[in-house]
Write a protein of this length. Structure first.
Length: 312
């Protein structure tokens, strides 16, 4: 796996497609490696004529880990950050979402890419929002998927998801136990109308564990999200064509978060997909690719009324 140096750290990356095609940077969520992007999703973007760039965030995959800032207990970190957030106590993350946006920008610069389309999922959507707002000259279009503006007062995860997030593997040192916990979480946050087969979830989890397992890095990324200031004012400065995609059944980042994100960005288009949770189910691959392509090519009309999809 190739690596590059950006923003003072080592970042693992991968590319697919013709380097002469329109560049598109994929920015994933908390703890998700570049290999977490579904192959059919990446292949679909390439077939649409994009030069696709994926990378591992700091503290994830094969990129630089921030263990020097101290090891974190994942469950304790999640609980502590939730308490501090609700009590409005200060949190001291190892880094901020702005740093992660600088990492993404650094990837583009290291590859000699002047401008690119951005597609961000969950935390990756937040990172992409920051990049689009702070460096508009480097962004061709923005697609923010199942993400949030971070505005205070927006709903958070359902009680069931909170419990799943706090649940540790029965044996943190046993691979099968870790896989069980990861599969259980994905089943809780996944799309109820478009479930991913359990065998497929297990294969994905095992593949990720073979490549990297860094729960302390996940905790530090989560703290960066929890401690981030709201981006309402920042989003209002975005001028690039923006598409917001959100699942109506998202139990981790509820639909209201996507609705608010679209409302803050001038001219943004909101696409609400019924039955979609907090994942990228293969059943919606064609629909998602069509939306991203339309936004990137300037064929997405703005509307104050969200469109609702029930399938392909």
């Amino acid at each position: 796996m190739p690596t590059l140096t950006a923003n003072g750290i080592r970042i693992a990356f991968d590319t697919a497609g013709d380097a002469k095609s329109a560049p598109l940077l994929l920015v994933h969520g908390v703890g998700m490696q570049l290999t977490s992007w579904p192959d059919e999703f990446v292949d679909g973007l390439v077939e649409l004529g994009f030069y696709v760039i994926r990378f591992d965030h700091r503290d994830c995959g094969l990129s630089t880990k921030f263990d020097r800032t101290g090891r974190s207990n994942l469950v304790l970190n999640r609980l502590t950050s939730w308490i501090k957030s609700h009590l409005k106590l200060p949190m001291r993350p190892a880094y901020h979402l702005d740093d992660m946006a600088d990492d993404a920008l650094g990837v583009l610069s290291a590859l000699g890419i002047a401008r690119a389309h951005l597609v961000g999922v969950s935390m990756g959507g937040m990172v992409a929002q920051i990049l689009a707002a702070r460096h508009p000259q480097r962004v061709l279009s923005l697609t923010s998927i199942m993400s949030s503006s971070g505005k205070r007062g927006l709903p958070g995860p359902t009680p069931g998801v909170r419990q799943a997030l706090l649940r540790r593997p029965a044996d943190p040192n046993d691979v099968d136990s870790i896989i069980e916990a990861q599969v259980a979480l994905q089943q809780v946050i996944g799309s109820p109308a478009y479930p991913t087969p359990e065998k497929q979830l297990r294969r994905r989890a095992a593949r990720g564990l073979r490549r990297c397992y860094c729960p302390a890095g996940v905790a530090r990324q989560m703290l960066a999200v929890r401690s981030a200031p709201e981006r309402s004012e920042l989003l209002r400065s975005i001028q690039t064509p923006t598409l917001v995609i959100h699942g109506a059944a998202d139990p981790l980042v509820p639909l209201a978060c996507g609705e608010d994100t679209a409302a803050q960005v001038p001219g943004a288009r909101l696409e609400v997909i019924q039955g979609m949770g907090h994942d990228l189910p293969s059943q919606l691959n064609e629909r998602m690719l069509a939306l991203i392509d339309a936004n990137a090519r300037g064929k997405m009309t703005t509307s104050s009324t969200p469109r609702l999809f029930v399938g392909q």
